[in-house]
Design a binder for this molecule. Structure first.
Ligand code: DHB
Length: 557
């Protein structure tokens, strides 16, 4: 065991050493280095300055993924106004291009987006917003020296570092426009989760060591507003929420086992070494895969566990009613979820849509009066397998996100760890001994007065994690740093005051309960939250740019 500990320590040292001599960059913005561009935003020409590909940390692990571009409406450089904003008052829109917890590329302004017309960055520019688009590290990044460099919490460290870069350089007058007190983040799916995480965790101390390690500017990283489309968030609790919603489905429609999809080989046979498989977000299959009786049992247990989790959150509706669930999964929280779908259906009716072919909504005289959960599941179908996120064979994108510099995939929920196909009991016992020995050594290396305290903390943490299972299980602190729920409204954290959250009515990448819980917690902590189910949309974002920017105008003006 002592040898194993030594091995582990040496591995960590080797990792640190491998990056010691990495190239350093200046994070002092150069106002002279730009190009001027004109693009057509929905029929209107927009001229803007583009400052592109600026590395935003002094010591990047992956410079390509840790650079950003800044776009500024040219009118501001000539003392003009756009949409009532000036160089001083223009809000800063910061979209991220993250999807599937993969590396995110810079979201450049584009004339022809997926939904037709200008994309969010160009739309923002045409409405007088300064746009800052950071590239962000993601789970598949591997340095040529073999080490993984984009695992959790890299993505949130980078987004924060980008915010700090902007504040640092704008406050010094080097960036020529933008109000750093009006920073608005936006993203979709994993990028929506990231936007929410940035919004929730302003200036939280937990991230400081990581920000220091990459050489982020010493600045605040709190923001004014967060836009989250279909956030794949609250990951360690998302399996329970998924089963609460989709337990009754008898098949799932992910093309292939969970996230084990690489675009090149979607039907690849399971490889023996799942640890090295590149993985992406799930892909829809034409044909369902049956859920086995064993999976049904797992599903039932996770569903039941959701009730406990939910009730402990103590969430309340706008009237102050506790949104709880009974052990059978029924209760006010379920009624609240139904009401979100109903409101969405009503909105569709009110805007002239014919929703009469929607079997899970009952309409009576122009009013959506009933939402049928079972019919919903039967109609939209279950996308993901059991469990949806923390797979027992560690093959989801989320398992891959929670890997470390040396181990690509890990569990991040106790339930999956306990059911893991990859952790055997003898290994558990061995890890336990190693952990205890390490704790003893660690404690002895500290000055006497600190020993008791440190030891207590360490043991407490091991107890919370059950044991030190660092090879199989993500570190608790990192799981925490990936989840906005632990930070919202904490006294030593500046959570963004403004939120807009959207989840498509046909989205099954995560259960609606997940964004709903996020929205409720934010509201209960006094934040302004615009949360809605978007009728007719699946897992998507940026489909309502006029409404998005009407909202940003409203909160900024
Ligand atoms: C994304 C989708 C998922 O279903 C998931 O589990 C993680 C990320 C995405 O589209 O970003």
């Amino acid at each position: 065991i002592k040898n194993r500990i030594k091995e582990k320590d040496e591995k960590e040292k080797a990792f640190t050493n491998a990056f010691k001599g990495r190239q350093e960059y200046s994070i002092v913005f150069n106002p002279e280095d730009y190009s001027t561009k004109t693009m057509n935003a929905n029929g209107e020409d927009v001229t803007f300055r583009a400052y592109e590909h600026l590395v935003y940390v002094k010591k990047p692990y992956d410079p390509e993924s840790q650079m950003l571009s800044i776009y500024i409406p040219e009118a501001y450089l000539k003392g003009g106004t756009v949409n009532g904003f000036t160089a001083e008052t223009a809000p800063i829109f910061m979209p991220n291009g993250v999807g599937g917890y993969m590396p995110g590329t810079i979201a450049e302004p584009q004339e022809d987006s997926r939904y037709g017309g200008a994309n969010a960055a160009l739309y923002a520019l045409s409405n007088g917003y300064v746009v800052v688009s950071p590239a962000i590290r993601g789970r598949s990044l591997k340095h040529k020296n073999g080490y993984e460099t984009g695992k959790a919490p890299a993505l949130i460290v980078d987004y924060k570092a980008a915010v700090r870069f902007v504040r640092f350089n704008r406050k010094a007058g080097r960036i020529p426009a933008g109000d750093t007190e009006k920073i608005i983040a936006s993203g979709t799916s994993a990028g929506g989760a990231l936007s929410a995480l940035l919004g929730a965790t302003g200036n939280a101390k937990d991230y400081d060591p990581y920000l220091k390690e990459v050489g982020a500017a010493k600045e605040r990283d709190d923001i004014f507003a967060s836009m989250a489309y279909c956030p794949i968030t609250n990951l360690e609790n998302a399996d329970m929420a998924y089963e609460w919603m989709f337990h009754n489905a008898n098949e799932y429609y992910n093309a292939g086992p969970a996230r084990r999809i690489s675009p090149a080989s979607s039907n690849a046979a399971p490889e023996s070494n799942v640890q090295n498989r590149p993985t992406n977000a799930p892909v829809e299959a034409a044909k369902g895969t049956a859920i086995t009786p064993e999976q049904k049992e797992i599903s039932a247990e996770l569903k039941e566990n959701f009730t406990d989790y939910l009730n402990k959150l103590n969430l309340r509706d706008s009237l102050g009613n506790r949104l709880n669930l009974a052990p059978d999964g029924y209760g006010l929280f379920r009624e609240y979820i139904e009401s979100l779908y109903l409101e969405s259906a009503q909105n569709a009716i009110d805007t002239g849509e014919d929703i009469s072919k929607t079997p899970w909504i009952t309409v009576s005289e122009g009013t959506a009066v009933h939402m049928d959960f079972d019919k919903y599941v039967a109609t939209v179908k279950r996308l993901k397998g059991v469990p949806a996120f923390d797979a027992f064979d560690m093959t989801t994108g989320e398992n891959n996100e929670f890997g470390t510099y040396d181990i690509p995939n890990k569990h991040f929920s106790r339930y999956a760890l306990e059911h893991s196909q990859l952790v055997t009991v003898p290994k558990l016992e061995e890890e336990k001994e190693i952990a205890q020995e390490k704790a003893r050594q660690y404690s002895l290396a500290l000055p006497v007065e600190k020993r008791q305290l440190q030891k207590a903390n360490l043991v407490e943490q091991m107890e919370r994690d059950k044991i030190d299972l660092s090879q199989y299980m993500a570190n608790w602190q990192i799981i925490k740093m990936m989840n906005p729920m632990y930070y919202i409204g904490n006294p030593d954290v500046q959570t963004a005051p403004n939120w807009r959250i959207r989840h498509g009515s046909l989205d099954r990448d995560t259960a609606l309960a997940i964004p709903a819980i996020l929205a409720l917690k934010l509201k209960n902590k006094g934040k302004a939250v615009d949360f809605k189910v978007a009728w007719g949309y699946g897992h998507a974002g940026d489909y309502d740019l006029p409404e998005l920017f009407a909202w940003t105008d409203r909160i900024c003006k």
